[in-house]
Ligand binder design. Structure first.
Ligand code: RBF
Ligand SMILES: Nc1c(NC[C@H](O)[C@H](O)[C@H](O)CO)[nH]c(=O)[nH]c1=O
Length: 218
């Protein structure tokens, strides 16, 4: 579990194919943040939860499996790519962002970037099948960063990026056409599931009523 508050931007220093997967080595910058990191801990790399399998002087390694490469942008990382890093939360941490599981839902593309002077608006296109999970003023995770949906349209939404976030994450490298990892807020997923279940049980109730009515000869 993460909060989407990015604590470091790391640099990929190794990316080698391993059967169908990828072994990534990431050099972190914030040595204090990662000082007591251990093998088998979870780290968020651009929003995808990954297990640390090896550690060295200022670097960590993870193995990205096929499922991760299919759903996220991790497969496009190259030597020198910059990535957002976050360690898993401890139960005593301040939440700051929102509950981020590190399970990327999909990759989506940047549609437009508008410079508004004191902030930047970043527009992301999304497949309409995900629209139940995006609400105006709700939380969304883009490349692991906890952000707020500022404007919502039918198949795209915008986030307003403040100068601090712009300076301390990889969001400053995005261009129209760049791909990003999206994770929708878990709250929306549970609500959608519940509504689906209620709808199905109402359907079942009405079917039962019809059967009962037939039984009664109506
Ligand atoms: C605790 C945890 C550890 C994970 N470790 C890995 C991992 O080491 N390698 C990997 O490819 N995917 C891992 N995943 C799955 C990965 O985050 C997921 O496939 C992508 O986010 C796409 O949904 C992990 C997920 C969780 C929740
Ligand atoms: N919710 C928004 C944030 N939140 C803060 C960032 O998550 C944070 O600055 C980053 O993770 C680095 O630590 N920032 C925005 O620019 N816009 C938001 O809507």
């Amino acid at each position: 579990m993460f909060t989407g508050i990015i604590k470091d931007v790391g640099r990929v220093s190794g990316a080698s194919r391993q059967n169908g997967g990828l072994r990534l080595r990431v050099q972190y910058g914030n040595a204090e943040e990662f000082s007591n990191l251990s093998v088998d801990e979870s780290v968020s790399i651009n929003g995808a939860c990954q297990t640390v399998v090896s550690l060295g002087d200022g670097w960590l390694e993870v193995q990205s499996v096929e499922e991760t490469l299919k759903k996220t942008t991790l497969g496009s990382l190259r030597h020198g790519s910059l990535v957002n890093l976050e360690r898993a939360v401890r139960p005593i941490d301040r939440l700051g962002g929102h509950f981020v599981l590190g399970h990327v839902d999909c990759a989506a593309s940047v549609d437009e970037i508008r410079d508004l002077g004191s902030s930047r608006e970043i527009w992301i296109s999304f497949s309409e099948r995900f629209s139940p999970f995006i609400v105006s003023a709700g939380s969304i995770t883009i490349d692991g960063i906890s952000l707020t949906v500022a404007v919502l349209e039918r198949s795209r939404f915008a986030v307003a990026v403040i100068p601090y976030t712009f300076a301390h994450t990889t969001i400053n490298a995005l261009k129209p056409g760049s791909f990003v990892n999206l994770e929708f807020d878990i709250l929306g997923k549970y609500v959608a599931r519940q509504l689906g279940t209620v709808a199905r049980s109402l359907e079942a109730d009405s079917l039962m009523d019809e059967a009962w009515l037939r039984e009664q000869g109506f």
